[in-house]
Design a protein. Structure first.
Length: 83
């Protein structure tokens, strides 16, 4: 699981696979669950590719004083794909 949460202005999140290609949430609904809300963006990946992943995080409407966010990663077991 990779997740981003913020308090005010939103961000765009792009996951870059180990082969350098971008992960598109709609490309594989069996193995990718993408959940978004007003202040969060989460990716749940079943069987992610092995290797080093990169994450691009960009503010959509940056404030003059910058924006803060929390990046969350980890292993999740349970019903994420059952919903």
């Amino acid at each position: 699981m990779v997740g981003l949460a913020w308090q005010s202005n939103p961000f765009s999140v792009t996951l870059i696979k180990p082969d350098g290609s971008k992960l598109f949430p709609d490309s594989d609904r069996q193995n990718i669950k993408h959940v978004t809300g007003t202040n969060y963006d989460y990716y749940f990946l079943r069987n992610p590719a092995k290797g080093i992943w990169n994450i691009e995080i960009r503010p959509i409407n940056p404030g003059s004083r910058g924006e803060s966010f929390s990046l969350i990663t980890g292993l999740v077991s349970g019903a994420a794909f059952d919903q």
